[in-house]
Design a binder for this molecule. Sequence first.
Ligand code: ZN
Length: 398
Amino acid sequence: MKVNKYIRLTLIVISSLWILLLSLNGYSQKKNTLHQKAVVIDTHNDFLSQSVEKGFMFDQSLKGKTHSDLGRMDAGGLDIQIFSIWCDERPDAFAFANREIDSLYSVVKRNPSTLKIIYSPGDMKTVIKKKIHGAMMGVEGGHMIENDLSKLDSLYKRGVRYMTLTWNNSTPWASSAMEETNGKIPEGKKGLSPFGRDVVKRMNQLGMMVDLSHVGEQTFKDAMATTTKPVIVSHSCVWNLAHVFRNLKDDQIDAVGKNGGVICINFFSGFLDSNFMKRQKVFFEAHQPEKDSLLKTGMQQFFAEDYLFQKYPAEVDGMRATLNTLMDHIDYIVKRIGTDHVGLGSDFDGINSAPRELNGIEDFPKITEALQARGYSNKDIKKILGGNVARVFGENQK
Ligand SMILES: [Zn+2]
């Protein structure tokens, strides 16, 4: 009797352990397989300007210092990173852009078996087939071509595959969202000049994607009327969900749908959640005396605020948006123009606050899980994670 009972008990324990193991396996397989199988592309990461300014190298382990590094591309199942080539308005903008490109070249040179620069859709296929990582480049700000189409050609030759027509600063040929809305550009001067339209046409000829993040509404309209290829909006959010000057209004979202382009959602708390700006205002007011004393030393506002952000991490953490809010922006675009026109443009290493669930590129699988939780099909999830961006790149390179 005793032996029988012992065997029965053992059998019950073994079979329940087996069932638990099977279900756990099924659970993790469902989550991980889809993310691992999908080609995940992030269209905007600002690591390279930090790399040049602070001496960080992408193939170092930088957890705790940056949002991204090569090791964490593995952890995050991030197949292709498009690096932003960014600098503010400066007399040596073209040379500075080239230094950033050099810094990416040197990382790739040190890691030839794991990282490859993607110049063409064929390279993209190779990277995916070999299961290695791909690096692409996008110039963030038309000021870097210094009003010279031959410099645009030169950047293309070095591997740049999109250009954001403006950053926050306008160029003589394109007005930015910031300067169209803050009164710096008078009404008749907004939009693309004839040279600006030539820039767009040349980009179409080269196969360089036209990026409409950061541009003013008039520039957006003029670029849409000029381009013959699908555009990218590499790191922008939805105006109706957060009234920020550079978020996209409904007519702009609709225009991207008609054009066949893709809008890649920015992860910055301040573009996702309009309450972030209110919380930030309260935070800076609480630290006003300290901020004033920093400004008195001659420190610029941006750096003073960044300093306070670093100094009070617990308070700053409480201000972050949520992954759920980011999902609302994806849903909004999908409901308006369908699943073919949305992607991911994190802006990691260019922002000081991301949703609380997303601490760096290692957390990309959480986005796949959130899309699954919202009932998206596997096919649609693959499009959002990277398929749409790959399609737009392919159409630009035809
Ligand atoms: Zn930007």
